[in-house]
Design a protein around this ligand. Structure first.
Ligand code: MF3
Ligand code: CO
Length: 292
């Protein structure tokens, strides 16, 4: 710790007490990286790592958009899974969901329809007019992870479904707008919860956004509902925001037959959009550049 009579850290030549006192020396990237790893298990990324994560994010978004373009009435989610899987292989990448977790996730992407909150498993049921579906793609490219998802509306959907689709998108984009160094993690949940409340929707609280990049799921957890996580965002953090917004109650249950598929307990519709973000010196960068 710097003393009052030491030369100021800014290099002015003046004593600290006559210069920047009581401001402590700004942390170097190296010291902040060490502090975040030790204190919070958050991995701040170097410029080289960011380059790799940016490439993985871009590929992930491209696979997501190409797969969503195929999602039409009559197509099965299993066909979408096979198509997306091949795009990973063609690009020299690997789908992170395949065999992930316990029990191992059985497919390469998640397809979450209607009342499914997340982690829907592709199967041989064809999409039909009026369905809403989240497609979630997570690709590993050269050891770096990308993760993003978006909604698809099949044909015309009823007002309750349209409301969750639009509200979830707005929640994601409004929360991205506030991102910059010095913002606490809970500010993200505040923005999402406030907007969801204003649209008479609820925020699923059993699943969170997460650090991502060098691993699939890193610290910190990013709750989308109101919370008290005061960790401050700093440059070099990479994480997802992936709000799941419900038309009815916030609670969900996980299907015991597969231990993965999460549904709303009232079977009302749920929607989710997801980006992977990098905190920069003065704001953030969207690492998964899909567009609505
Ligand atoms: N975006 C989702 C997540 O971060 C992807 C889940 S893939 C699964 O959890 F394999 F875990 F299902
Ligand atoms: Co995710």
């Amino acid at each position: 710790m710097i003393g009052r009579n030491d030369p100021c850290w800014c290099g002015s030549g003046k004593k600290w007490k006559k210069c920047h006192h009581p401001e402590p020396a700004p942390k170097t990237f190296a010291s902040q990286k060490e502090e975040y790893r030790k204190k919070y298990k958050i991995l701040l990324k170097t410029p080289e790592q960011i380059e790799g994560i940016r490439r993985a994010g871009k590929l992930t978004a491209e696979i997501l958009e190409a797969t969503c373009a195929k999602a039409k009435a009559g197509v099965t989610t299993g066909e979408l899974n096979a198509f997306a899987h091949q795009l990973h292989v063609d690009a020299g990448a690997r789908p992170a969901p395949l065999h992930y977790g316990e029990p191992p996730f059985p497919k390469s992407i998640c397809t979450s329809l209607n009342d499914v909150i997340c982690h829907g498993i592709p199967d041989d049921v064809p999409l039909k007019d009026g369905d809403i579906m989240n497609i979630d793609v997570s690709a590993i490219l050269d050891g770096y992870y990308g993760d993003c998802s978006r909604m698809v509306c099949v044909g015309s959907v009823d007002p309750d479904k349209q409301r969750v689709v639009d509200t979830a998108y707005e929640c994601l984009m409004r929360s991205i707008e506030i991102l910059k160094p010095g913002i606490p993690v809970f500010a993200i949940g505040d923005v999402i919860q406030d907007y969801a409340d204003s649209q008479k929707c609820s925020v699923a609280h059993q699943f969170v956004g997460h650090g991502v990049g060098l691993e699939f799921h890193e610290g910190p957890q990013i709750p989308h509902c109101r919370n008290r996580i005061g960790t401050l965002l700093v440059p070099g953090m990479t994480f997802t925001i992936e709000p799941m917004i419900n038309a009815g109650v916030a609670d969900g249950y996980i299907e015991p037959e597969n231990d993965w598929v999460a549904r709303t307990i009232d079977h009302k519709p749920s929607a989710q959009w997801e980006h992977m973000l990098l905190i920069t010196e003065d704001g953030c960068e969207i690492l998964t550049p899909w567009t609505r």
